[in-house]
Each structure stands twice: as C-alpha cells, then as structure tokens.
Design a protein around this ligand. Structure first.
Ligand SMILES: C[S@@+](CC[C@H](N)C(=O)[O-])C[C@H]1O[C@@H](n2cnc3c(N)ncnc32)[C@H](O)[C@@H]1O
Length: 341
C-alpha cells in the first residue's frame, strides 16, 4: 500500500474545512518545532494541530524512514521484518505508519506516548488503515522476539533522563533515533552515545567505531546527516503551499545494537560534511574508523572520473559511506579516489 493524503484526511480528529486551513496549521506546527519551541508541550493538546501533524508527517516520514534504512546493513533490515516495534514518543503513530509501509507483515505495535489526544488519533488512524494490527499503549515483558525501539523526533522533546529511563525499561535489542538535524540535538545525542556505549550498546550508525567522538574536542562543530527524498505529488503540493522543503532534509540518525559484530573496514569512511567544490576537485570532510575515530579532509580530483561518475559523486551527502584509496597524503588533506560504498 502506498499511503496517501486522501486516505488520511477522513481519519483525522479535526475536520479541516479547506486545504488552506490544513496548510496554515502545518505552518503553525513548523514554527513550533523551530522558532517557538516553548510551545512544544502544548501542540499535543490541540486536535487541529494533532491532525495537521498526522496529515503532514504521516506522509513525509515514509520516504524519510525508507532513506534512513538505506544507510544500514542489509542483514539488519531482513532481521527487522520480524521484530517487535516500540514506537517511543509515538505521537499520532506517524513513525509506526511509515514502519507499516516498509514492514507490512507487522502484526502488533507498542506505542509509548504521553498525550491522550495523540493516542486517540493514532488509534483512529490504525483502526481505519490497519484494522488487523494490534496497537498497544502499555508494555509487557519482552518475549523471545527481538525488539527495536524507535525514537522518532521525540528524544529532543522528552530529554535525556526520560529517554534513558524508557531505554532501561524496554531492554531493546536495537535503538534507532531519528531526530531533527539541529545543533542542540547533536549535544543531546553525544550524551546519549556516552551513556549507551557505557551500558555496552554498540553504535552502528553514523560512527564506524566505538571510540570517542572527535567532535568532543571541538564543541563548535556538530555531526548530522542529509537525506534527499522524493515525496509523492500530494505532499509536494502541501509542502510548497506551506513553504517547507521536505526533499533535502537535515537529520540526526543514530543506531545502536546490544549485540552486533561491526566489521571495521579501514578503507571506508563516513561522510561528515560536503565542502564547496573547486573547478578541479570535490571536497569533503569524513570520519575515519581509526583506533579511535578521526576527522579528515578528502580531496577528490574530478579528472579521474567521467561526467556521469562526477554527477554521482556530487550526489554523495553527509551520512553516506564511501570506499577510498589514498593517492597522496598532504599536510592539510588526503587526496583520494572514492566510490560510494
Ligand atoms: C514530534 S512528535 C513525534 C511523533 C512521531 N514519533 C514522529 O516521528 O512523527 C514527539 C512526540 O513525543 C511525545 N513525547 C514527548 N515527551 C514524552 C514523554 N515524556 N513520554 C512520552 N511521549 C513523549 C510528544 O507528546 C509527541 O507526541
């Protein structure tokens, strides 16, 4: 099934009288998540904003989750076809909806959510779209089935202490954070990273090893990723009307596992940031899986590549994995040949 706005609209708590009313509510939400963050505790109490959230993020989360999963090893994705999903800070079930699109065999979802209205909206939308999926708002002991906890844009709202308490209670095998690509979120994620590594979880993404983050020494800098996603036509229209860009998304993704053998491949690097290109070269900063982890500036000469290959290399963005071969070590940077891994 490919979820559409037309399917979602009749299942909203609030009856939008016009497209303009929905667009206006979407813009209000966007302002709350960026400029007016003091209003965050309240949007979950307003049926109009809860409904706008559902309509907009119910759809945009789908390509976002799909593109995020592309960064992860394929064996994980097959394992997740049959895993228990705990959607933490589930809101109106918007990340669960994206999960259903990608893992349609899912029979049961456990959602943790503090807002009664959000839960009501989630129950309504699941009853309408997936009547056979059992939705639970209260947990039970973990079974023999593996469990993944997904924090979709929620850790930044609930904060570190509550997030850690929930993680302790859930005892999940995998923890996936999909949070906004904002500098304030990065410092929260760094703290979370320290706590989870101390508790013997392994970070699988974005870091290529368990060592200290090189940015700890450099508090002005921060790590986030970029997604380039294609939205469906209805969403494109809505985003244009709301003057929002949902194609080029800054995002903060972290994935942890209790047990996973991470293969360290020394010829691979995670793109940390694309830098302005020159006439002759592409430039990027990468994070290398050295004994600890370290940042490095890569320069890639365009002349080694055909026009088509250059176009592909230009598409490489923060978060992608590249395979590299050193051409020359220079004091300020390494000149390398790369390809997307
Ligand atoms: C931005 S919404 C995210 C919804 C959904 N996960 C998504 O990605 O679209 C964040 C949600 O986290 C919930 N939340 C914040 N603090 C919470 C807490 N302490 N316990 C449970 N839910 C919480 C909010 O009520 C809100 O519904």
């Amino acid at each position: 099934m490919s979820l559409s706005l037309t399917q979602i609209i009749p299942l909203l708590l609030h009856d939008f009288k016009s497209e303009a009313e929905l667009v206006k509510a979407t813009q209000e939400l966007s302002a709350i998540f960026t400029r007016e963050r003091s209003k965050i505790p309240d949007y979950g109490k307003d049926p109009r904003l809860v409904s706008a959230y559902t309509a907009f993020y119910g759809l945009t989360n789908i390509p976002k989750l799909a593109a995020t999963l592309e960064w992860f090893p394929k064996d994980l994705i097959s394992e997740w076809q049959d895993i228990e999903l705990v959607d933490v800070g589930a809101g109106p079930g918007t990340m669960s909806l994206a999960w259903m699109e990608l893992f349609p065999e899912t029979k049961e979802i456990y959602q943790i959510e503090q807002s009664a209205l959000m839960k009501e909206q989630s129950a309504k939308i699941f009853k309408g779209l997936y009547p056979n999926v059992k939705l639970r708002f209260h947990g039970h002991q973990k079974t023999s089935k593996k469990r993944i906890a997904i924090f979709g844009h929620s850790l930044n709202e609930m904060g570190l202490d509550i997030g850690l308490r929930i993680i302790n209670e859930l005892d999940a095998d995998y923890i996936l954070f999909i949070e906004p690509g904002m500098k304030t979120v990065f410092s929260l994620m760094l703290e979370m990273r320290d706590h989870l590594i101390q508790k013997k979880h392994k970070i699988l993404f974005p870091c290529l090893g368990q060592g200290t983050c090189p940015l700890k020494e450099n508090p002005e800098d921060w790590c986030h990723q970029y997604l380039h996603v294609k939205q469906n036509d209805e969403v494109e229209r809505l985003t244009q009307l709301a003057s929002k860009d949902r194609r080029h998304l800054p995002i903060t993704v972290h994935l942890y596992a209790k047990e996973y053998e991470q293969k360290i491949e020394e010829n691979k690097a995670r793109v940390f940031r694309s830098l302005p290109e020159t006439k002759f070269s592409l430039e990027m900063q990468v994070c290398l899986p050295d004994e600890s982890l370290s940042l490095k500036h890569f320069q890639i000469y365009k002349k080694h590549y055909s026009k088509k290959e250059q176009k592909e290399l230009e598409e490489i963005k923060a978060g992608d994995l590249v395979e590299f071969e050193i051409e020359k070590e220079l004091p300020e940077f390494s000149r390398v040949k790369i390809k997307k891994a």
